[in-house]
Design a protein around this ligand. Structure first.
Ligand SMILES: [Zn+2]
Length: 419
């Protein structure tokens, strides 16, 4: 039990505080393992982890935690941890300063894993840190739980509601974003009315009344849920540019596919491999592609007409006055509905049916960029995981990356600047 420079050094590395001390460092070259033995000085006061009352000791148990590697050697903290007999809480293991209750990793190790998970895939983290897939998953789940428990009650003003599919194409989750803070507030199974009801119910009546804008797709269950929970919903529901663009993009693609089939039958290959030209935002197209695309978009092809209608709609978001916006949208609708292009007419009818929400969007300042940005990050999470095996994992990953949560363990927080 003598203090040596080495035991002192390790005590500092783990962030040990009195009455805890390092008693022995045990180096096993065969197993490539460093074991740091730790114990409490005898006679130390023992406290119940729940009420912090000083209690009589009950017994001690050996516990181990994985710690940061020492020169690539797997490193374990091993401690004889006392259990107390609390009058109120019964027999409980006392809290240790280097780890969260119930964790098999030290707080510093958890911080390392969390930092890596924010950047790399599950598989890479597991491989590099020599952990099992389940260990990584469990650690991520606990980080999210911690973050959710610490989250203050939410009262957003402007939210976005989105559906996103995962793995098998027809399984969905509903994602609610705070459009001002750019974080995900809620992830629910499916894209039903109940999915969104759950969010509004959690938010509470007062916070629901404070909402000023709800941006979403023209999707009946979301509309119904919002009408039921948000006062004056019809004034606040916004069918934003991002979603309208998605529908129109799908319509253009449908027209292109049909027309391509007809043309190919006549050995006309003009539309082969042109899919992305028609779908891309012209602002983001390279000058060269835009030039190459010119003969097609100026052609008399049906898809060129569908594309022109889509692009015209994209220009309708700049009107600050509702009266103007309404006039221009009506003109656009007349053009689209007479286009003789069934997929385009379908979207035009959908827009007409949800007229108020589209006009709300046209004249609101909801920025499309944020919805679009969060959506593409969710796609990235999906790709990174190579398909989630279940919804729960996908849900956790969305909260982990986009929830704006405080994920780090509290133990050692004061000694670790990142936490
Ligand atoms: Zn107690």
């Amino acid at each position: 039990m003598t203090k040596t420079p080495l035991t002192e050094h390790y005590a500092q590395l783990i962030g040990l505080r009195s009455p805890w001390e390092v008693t022995e460092i045990d180096l096993s070259h065969g197993d490539e393992e460093v074991r740091i033995h730790v114990s409490q000085r005898s006679g130390s006061r023992l406290r119940c982890p729940d009420c912090e009352a000083v209690c009589p000791g009950y017994d001690t148990r050996e516990r181990r935690w994985r710690h940061l590697d020492t020169m690539q050697y797997r490193t374990l903290v091993i401690a004889q941890v006392p259990r107390v007999d609390c009058e109120q809480h019964g027999v409980r293991q006392i809290a240790v300063p280097w780890a969260e209750p119930g964790s098999r990793f030290t707080a510093l190790f958890e911080i390392l894993v969390i930092d890596w998970l924010l950047e790399a895939s599950f598989a890479a983290v597991a491989r590099k840190l020599r952990m099992s897939w389940d260990e990584v998953a469990g650690l991520q789940a606990r980080a999210v739980q911690r973050g959710m428990a610490r989250r203050k009650p939410q009262s957003p003003q402007r939210i976005g509601v989105d559906e996103t599919s995962f793995q098998k194409r027809h399984e969905y989750v509903t994602v609610v974003n705070d459009l001002e803070r750019g974080v995900v507030l809620h992830v629910a199974d499916d894209r039903t009315q109940e999915a969104l009801d759950g969010f509004y119910e959690g938010l509470g009546e007062k916070a629901c009344a404070r909402l000023t804008e709800v941006a979403m797709d023209m999707w009946a269950p979301y509309i119904a849920s919002t009408r039921q929970h948000v006062p004056e919903a019809d004034r606040k529901i916004v069918f934003d540019k991002f979603h309208v663009a998605k529908h129109l993009g799908d319509a253009v693609d449908r027209v292109r596919r049909q027309e391509n089939r007809v043309l190919l039958a006549e050995d006309d290959t003009r539309l082969v491999k042109t899919k992305y030209w028609w779908l891309q935002n012209p602002d983001r197209m390279s000058a060269r592609n835009w030039r190459e695309f010119a003969p097609l978009r100026h052609s008399r092809l049906k898809v060129a007409r569908a594309w022109a209608i889509k692009e015209a709609a994209m220009l309708l978001w700049g009107y600050a006055k509702r009266g103007w916006a309404e006039r221009m949208w009506k003109r656009w609708y007349g053009w689209a509905i007479r286009s003789r292009l069934e997929p385009v007419k379908r979207v035009a009818r959908m827009i007409q049916k949800h007229w108020q929400g589209v006009l709300n969007a046209a004249t609101s300042n909801v920025t499309n960029a944020l919805s679009e940005g969060l959506n593409s990050q969710i796609q990235w999470i999906k790709r990174k995981a190579c398909g989630y095996r279940n919804r729960e994992r996908f849900r956790l990953a969305i909260y982990f990356h986009l929830g704006g949560l405080d994920l780090y363990p509290a133990a050692l927080k004061s000694t670790h600047s990142k936490a």
